[in-house]
Design a protein around this ligand. Structure first.
Ligand code: CDP
Length: 228
């Protein structure tokens, strides 16, 4: 499928399956995949390890300066690194999930992540997932999708994902974390999670990943009158 140099923005609440969907879509289209949440998680891990954030979510203002030299990046197969250290596993734990939303609500943290995303997407041809990609980071994205799924389905997905990674999650805690993050993400002052007016809604509660990808490919074919 020959498609132009476009940006595909995928936003939505926690655990709606954005990243699996975005990853597969990018692979099928030959696009770059960018996981903006991984960068917020990377900043959170850094803030925790270097004691810029307390257990009570109090963030030391020195974090702003520390970010100036933080070598947070993706490698060529989309794994997240700080310098030479792969942090892919550490950023997906419940400890990081518990503090990522307060960190992501800080305006200078958002500016730091936005700059990294723009740098990586300079040539366009990217699929990017997050909370504010279609509204703030790339308001000019040609294709915007807003994903939703029922809370039950989302909690089950996150629970299974943590189990598969060897963690021992408690279902009630998983549900509580999703609710809290959705609340903070939707109510923060700087680029809150909200659906872009020109986005397509994708409720994948009862869809397989393959069906989701076929759905969006159909949408792209229609938009650009592509016949193959
Ligand atoms: O994996 P999950 O979908 O639950 O979250 P994620 O995409 O890894 O993002 C983790 C957190 O980063 C979210 O709960 C948001 O607080 C924050 N985030 C954001 O504020 N804006 C984005 N574009 C992406 C993530």
């Amino acid at each position: 499928m020959q498609i132009p140099d476009i940006v595909i923005a995928i936003d939505g609440c926690s655990s709606t399956g954005k990243s699996s969907f975005a990853k597969l879509l990018a692979k099928e289209l030959g696009f770059l995949y960018l996981d903006s949440g991984a960068l917020y998680r990377g900043v959170t891990l850094f803030a925790q390890e270097e004691h810029y954030i307390s257990r009570m979510n109090i963030i030391r203002p020195e974090l702003e300066e520390a970010l100036q030299t933080l070598p947070l990046r993706f490698n060529s197969d989309n794994r997240t690194f700080i310098g030479d250290r792969c942090i892919e596993k550490e950023i997906r734990t419940m400890e990081v999930s518990a503090q990522v939303s307060p960190i992501a609500a800080v305006p200078y943290v958002r500016a730091f992540v936005d700059a990294k995303l723009h740098e990586a997407a300079a040539a366009r041809r990217v699929v990017m997932d997050g909370r504010d990609i279609g509204t703030t980071v790339f308001p000019d994205a040609e294709v915007k999708i807003f994903m939703t799924a029922s809370e039950e389905v989302r909690a089950r997905r996150r629970y299974d994902e943590l189990v598969a990674k060897g963690e021992y999650p408690v279902m009630e805690e998983v549900v509580e974390n999703l609710r809290q993050r959705d609340y903070i993400d939707s109510h923060r002052e700087t680029s809150p999670l909200c659906r872009a007016a020109d986005s397509y809604l994708l409720d994948n509660s009862d869809m397989t990943l393959k069906e989701e990808v076929e759905w969006v490919k159909g949408l792209i074919r229609g938009k650009y009158t592509i016949y193959d």
